[in-house]
Design a protein around this ligand. Structure first.
Ligand code: ADP
Ligand code: ZN
Ligand code: ZN
Length: 750
């Protein structure tokens, strides 16, 4: 119990201007009851309206005279209190990512409202069978039909579900009451947890680990026993046994009485994956994800809090499940962009897990076939311990990958999106009744401009990013605001085939049907997967052989095994290279490696074709070779040259306004302020570069204008200081609906 007469409380209003604590007096009746993290009601402002807030701290230090302090009005019933560790995590988030404390608190609170437990009512017989039969006889004589129905059942079964009796047996509550007063039955209810996943399966022990796997297991656990806490990175291709290592590590943690959090991208959280965890750990595993109801989520947290769970699996928000004694956090596919939150605070699960591991004294294990530049960089710096799993344990070799130059196809008269080689191989697979995956490497929105003859891409002269075409044909740089008029001839080779690349999966499906009459195509993209459950449905249909081709966007490349797939075609690999984004090369490499890895997962050998307009680009070359190390070496040079993460840190300041003028003015002020703060900072030691202000890549959304300022520095702290001076400036400026948001080491450009 924290002693003290005053409570520092944060008021639940998501507004930066009141994002600080206020001190209240603790009234006698709450003394020794109030604790940090509790949700309370307090009088606020001149009108003393009751507002909700969270107790951040209890102290004996008065911020102002006691007689002027208002008392805490009471504790909010049924609210969920935040644990002290969660408050520390929220405080870190607020500092590292820039958000209000309340937004950070809401993020670390997986549920805000306590939910009533689910109850199940039962009818229990209170008499012996013989006594019951006597009463039954009496009811028969008196023609009490309803009584007869329930008593007959009770003669056979001493316990009946309440719903059965009131439902199927159609017995009224009045009848039951009279049986109760007579002492024949009693009605009891017991509460139970809502369980989101019901997987009943026999338990299975783990496999004997390979030497490489065992090396990871024993090192991580022996470090743990010696009190060494670290971040470990397991680099291993799909099928190299990473999951098996996680399972054995978790087993080790459970033996030590600790709990584990396992993060898996939502899209990879399939039944097969869950089944493996349930087989190993039974019902001491549970799931936390966005499809759970509030009640289900609450119950999983309760189970965790009470020590009834050992493992929770879920996407990034599963980090906030309140375990009493967390031993390890695992992040599988740590390179996935979905680990970064898209709303304030824009936290990254990897960094947040590292902070949480520190608070909870836990270990952190990351795994990936294509580690993020961040993780590998830190492994090289020696901040993470790197393990490599080099062999596929399922047998089967990586499929050979070849690159097809689409420019050459065009020169030789083939204007279709399918190269001649791809058509040949597809015909062959269709004849052999083997399956094909066609991957359209795009995410969806702004098109870019490239030359179909020579591959030339329109680029900004000031930044190493491609220009994107906007309405009306104007070309724009997302980073510096550079603009150019639209073109109708390639500036490099003069070809008229310079166009925005806009082909979508639907158009490709039509072309497929034209070229291969009778071909059965399943299409998977943002449109076809919108209805709930359709994602799994399409995958199941494909694995049951209901189609020859699975055609889709980036969502089809994630870890699914289709043993009958022997051909993977990437239609235009460079599509993702032309996202005007410093991570484009990395993302392209990752997607291509994953896509190529889809071929030949079964007994039959497979093959992958990467079609591209830029066959010389290192992301594409290294992906075709499946050579991560070589890719990393080239990519890191580019990051170092441009001072992009992980070589430096980057903070995007996004300014939005309903008025273009006001937004522009504010962005200019912010850029100037950043420049000033940067000069002050660089006086000390760390150089900061300010880029902008510029119009954001999507300059207007819903009539709100968007502007962006980028700040780059090797020192994260310098960026935090710049942010703090911007926040300070904003808090003293009259704004008319302008909003300023911060994004550290962003995943996308603005
Ligand atoms: P990853 O997570 O790296 O894709 P998995 O752990 O899923 O790899 O392992 C791939 C396949 O190899 C699975 O079918 C798994 O059961 C099997 N496997 C993993 N470890 C071993 C082992 N030590 N011995 C035999 N099979 C293994
Ligand atoms: Zn530019
Ligand atoms: Zn050209």
């Amino acid at each position: 119990m924290t002693k003290g007469r005053y409570a520092n409380i944060i008021i639940d209003i998501s507004h930066e201007k009141v994002d600080r604590t206020f001190q209240y007096r603790i009234p006698d009746e709450l003394m020794d009851i109030l604790e940090p993290g509790m949700c309370v009601q307090v009088p606020f402002g001149a009108g003393n309206h009751l507002r909700q807030g969270y107790v951040m701290e209890i102290t004996d230090k008065a911020q102002f005279p006691e007689e002027k302090q208002k008392p805490v009005a009471g504790i909010v019933k049924d609210s969920v209190s935040v644990e002290a560790d969660a408050i520390r995590l929220a405080a870190w988030m607020r500092k590292a990512y820039g958000s209000t404390m309340i937004a950070a608190l809401k993020t670390v609170l997986p549920v805000k409202q306590a939910m009533k437990p689910k109850e199940q009512k039962k009818i229990l017989r209170r008499m012996t069978g013989e006594e019951t039969r006597a009463i039954l006889g009496e009811a028969i004589r008196k023609h009490q039909a309803a009584r007869v129905r329930v008593l007959e059942e009770l003669c056979h079964e001493p316990v009946l579900p309440y719903e059965l009796v009131t439902g199927k047996l159609n017995v009224s509550a009045a009848t039951l009451r009279s049986l109760m007063t007579q002492g024949v039955i009693s009605i009891e209810s017991e509460s139970y947890y809502r369980n989101p996943v019901k997987i009943e399966t026999a338990r299975e022990a783990g496999r004997e680990l390979s030497d490489e796997q065992e090396a990871v297991r024993s090192k991580v656990l022996s470090d743990y026993d010696k009190g060494i806490r670290k971040t470990y990175l397991i680099h291993g291709i799909t099928g190299s046994g990473k999951t098996e290592v996680y399972l054995s590590l978790i087993e080790g943690m459970i033996k030590r009485g600790k709990q584990c959090i396992v993060l898996i991208p939502e899209i990879a959280l399939t039944y097969q994956t869950l089944l493996r965890f349930y087989k190993r750990f039974g019902d001491r595993v549970s799931v936390m994800n966005s499809t759970l109801s509030a009640g289900e989520r609450f119950d999983q947290c309760e189970r965790a809090r009470k020590g009834e769970l050992d493992v929770i699996i879920g996407p990034r928000s599963a980090l906030f499940v309140p375990f009493p004694d967390l031993g390890m956090i695992v992040i599988d596919e740590e390179h996935e962009p979905s680990y970064k939150s898209e709303t304030m605070p824009r936290y990254h699960a990897r960094e947040t897990a590292q902070c949480l591991a520190g608070i909870k004294n836990a270990s952190l294990v990351l795994g990936s076939a294509t580690p993020s530049m961040e993780a590998y960089y830190r492994a090289k710096e020696g901040k993470y311990e790197l393990f490599t799993l080099s062999r596929r344990l399922t047998g089967g070799n990586l499929a050979p990958v070849s690159i097809i130059d689409l420019r050459k196809e065009l020169r030789e008269g083939n204007r279709s999106i399918f190269s001649r080689r791809l058509q040949e191989l597809m015909t062959d697979r269709l004849e052999r009744k083997e399956q094909i995956i066609l991957f359209l490497n795009r995410r969806g929105y702004a098109g870019f401009i490239s030359c179909r003859s020579c591959g030339y891409v329109m680029k900004c002269p000031h930044c190493d990013v491609s220009l994107s075409q906007h309405m009306g044909g104007k070309l724009l740089c997302h980073y510096c605001g550079y603009e150019a008029p639209s073109v109708n001839k390639c500036p490099s080779c003069g070809s008229p085939y310079i166009l925005g690349f806009k082909a979508g999966t639907q158009q490709i499906e039509q072309q497929l049907l034209k070229r291969f009459p009778g071909i059965r195509v399943l299409r998977m993209d943002a449109d076809t997967t919108r209805p709930k459950g359709s994602y799994e449905k399409i995958l199941t249909a494909f694995s049951e052989g209901e189609a020859d081709v699975l055609l889709g966007t980036q969502m089809i490349v994630k870890g699914h095994d289709f043993p009958n797939v022997t051909l993977v075609g990437v239609l235009a690999a460079d599509l993702s290279l032309n996202d005007s984004d410093y991570r484009a090369g990395e993302r392209t490499f990752q997607l291509l490696v994953q896509a190529a890895g889809r071929a030949g997962r079964g007994m039959k050998p497979g093959e992958a074709l990467i079609q591209t307009y830029r066959p010389e680009h290192y992301s594409i070359l290294r992906a075709a070779e499946q050579n991560y190390e070589a890719f990393y070496e080239e990519e890191i040079l580019y990051r170092e040259l441009g001072a992009y993460p992980p070589a430096a840190h980057m903070m995007a300041v996004l300014i939005t306004s309903g008025s273009r003028e006001r937004g522009e003015k504010l962005s200019e002020n912010i850029a100037q302020l950043a420049e000033q703060a940067a000069q002050e900072a660089s006086g000390s030691r760390e150089k900061v570069r300010i880029i902008g202000p510029a119009k954001a890549s999507i300059g207007k959304i819903n009539d709100i204008y968007r502007f962006v300022v980028y700040c780059k520095s090797c020192s994260y702290d310098s960026l935090i200081r710049i942010r703090e001076s911007i926040e300070q400036f904003i808090s003293t400026t009259e704004l008319k609906g302008e909003v300023v948001q911060f994004d550290f080491d962003p995943m996308d450009s603005y």
